[in-house]
Design a protein around this ligand. Structure first.
Ligand code: AMP
Length: 207
C-alpha cells in the first residue's frame, strides 16, 4: 500500500478535494503548500511576504516553500502532497528529501478549470470546498460541515485564475513531464465526478 502520495494537476483540477479524502482514507497527513501559505500570507521573509506573489497568481520563491515542505514531511509518517512541486527546482529538492510511492496526475481541460476556479467557494473556518453551480452548499454562503462562512479566494477571479494557469503551463508542466519520463506518473481523468476520481486513484494506489 502506498503512503507517500504526490497529486499533480493544474489549479482547479481537484487536488485539494481528493487529497483531503485520501488523507482521511489512509490516515496520513495532507501536506499542502497553498493552505500553509494562505495561513502565513503576511509572514516576513527575505523575499517579502507571500501575499504579493499569491495575489498576482505567481509562485512564491522556492526557498520559502521548500522550507515549509521539508518541515511538514519531517513530521509525517505518510502523506498526500498537494500543490508542490510546482517547478523543476522544487521537484529536485523533493527527491532529495523523500521517496514517493505514487505520483498521480489529475488531467482536466483548461476551460473546465477556469469554470471550476471562478465558481469555487471555500469555508473560511474548515477549508471545505464548494462550487456555486457544481457543488452548492445546502444554504448559500454557509458551510454544510461546520456552519462557517463560504468565501471566494482572492486568486479565484477570472483574471488571476488565467494567470495561474499560465504559470502552471510554464513552470509545472515540466514537472509532470519529468515524472512521466521517469515512468512514475499515473494519469487519471480529473473531469469525472469526485467519487469516480477518488475510486480511480484508490485503484492506482492498490496496484
Ligand atoms: P494553491 O492553493 O495550491 O492553488 O496555491 C495558491 C497560491 O499559493 C499559488 O498561486 C502560489 O502563489 C502559492 N503557492 C502554492 N504552492 C506553491 C509552490 N509549491 N510554489 C510556489 N508557490 C506556491
Amino acid at each position: 500500500m502506498s503512503h507517500r502520495i504526490l497529486l499533480l494537476g493544474a489549479p482547479g483540477a481537484g487536488k485539494g478535494t481528493q487529497s483531503k479524502r485520501l488523507a482521511d482514507e489512509y490516515g496520513v497527513e495532507h501536506v499542502t503548500t497553498g493552505d500553509a501559505l494562505r495561513a502565513n500570507k503576511d509572514m516576513e521573509t527575505e523575499y517579502g511576504t507571500p501575499r504579493s506573489f499569491m495575489e498576482a497568481g505567481d509562485l512564491v520563491p522556492d526557498p520559502v516553500v521548500n522550507e515549509i515542505v521539508e518541515a511538514a514531511l519531517a513530521d509525517a509518517d505518510g502523506f498526500v502532497l498537494d500543490g508542490y512541486p510546482r517547478n523543476l527546482e522544487q521537484a529536485e529538492f523533493l527527491s532529495e528529501i523523500t521517496d514517493l510511492d505514487a505520483v498521480v496526475f489529475l488531467d482536466v481541460d483548461d476551460e473546465v478549470l477556469v469554470d471550476r476556479l471562478t465558481g469555487r467557494r471555500v469555508c473560511d473556518e474548515c477549508g471545505a470546498n464548494y462550487h456555486v453551480d457544481f457543488q452548492p452548499p445546502a444554504e448559500a454562503g454557509v458551510c454544510d460541515e461546520c456552519g462557517g462562512e463560504l468565501i471566494q479566494r482572492e486568486d479565484d477571479t477570472e483574471e488571476t485564475a488565467r494567470e495561474r494557469l499560465q504559470v502552471f503551463y510554464e513552470n509545472t508542466e515540466p514537472v509532470i513531464e519529468h515524472f512521466r519520463d521517469e515512468g512514475d506518473l499515473v494519469e487519471v481523468d480529473g473531469e469525472a465526478t469526485p467519487d469516480d476520481v477518488f475510486a480511480r486513484i484508490g485503484d492506482v494506489l492498490d496496484e
